[in-house]
Design a protein. Structure first.
Length: 112
């Protein structure tokens, strides 16, 4: 079954010379399901980080490769787990997503 997702929020920052953009998604029942994340090197790093996009579900917090199809009916296909992700990229993504998600949850708690 294909689950339709809705973007809840979008953020971007630079941390440890890694640019990161992420969008938190919900399913149609309003449940938080995961992040679509893009990362890249902001400055010359050794080795150079090429831009790479991942799907990071809240269920297992693993990094999955994605294929996007943009158009009138945009879609995202989640592919295999990215087991070759660079350690510094993975650590930066995890740290940043935890911070962004907690900030969003704290904001929602203040609204209640």
């Amino acid at each position: 079954m294909v689950d339709r997702l809705q973007k809840l929020l979008s953020r971007s920052t630079v941390a440890e010379n890694i640019g990161i953009w992420g969008a938190l998604h919900t399913n149609m029942r309003g449940e938080l399901v995961g992040w679509l994340v893009d990362t890249w090197a902001e400055e010359r790093l050794a080795p150079q980080l090429r831009p790479r996009m991942h799907w990071v579900p809240r269920t297992d917090r693993k990094f999955y490769q994605v294929k996007l199809s943009m158009g009138y009916l945009s879609s995202m296909m989640v592919l295999d787990e990215d087991t070759e992700i660079e350690a510094n990229r993975a650590a930066c993504i995890k740290k940043t997503l935890e911070l962004w998600e907690q900030q969003w949850l704290d904001g929602e708690a203040r609204k209640a």
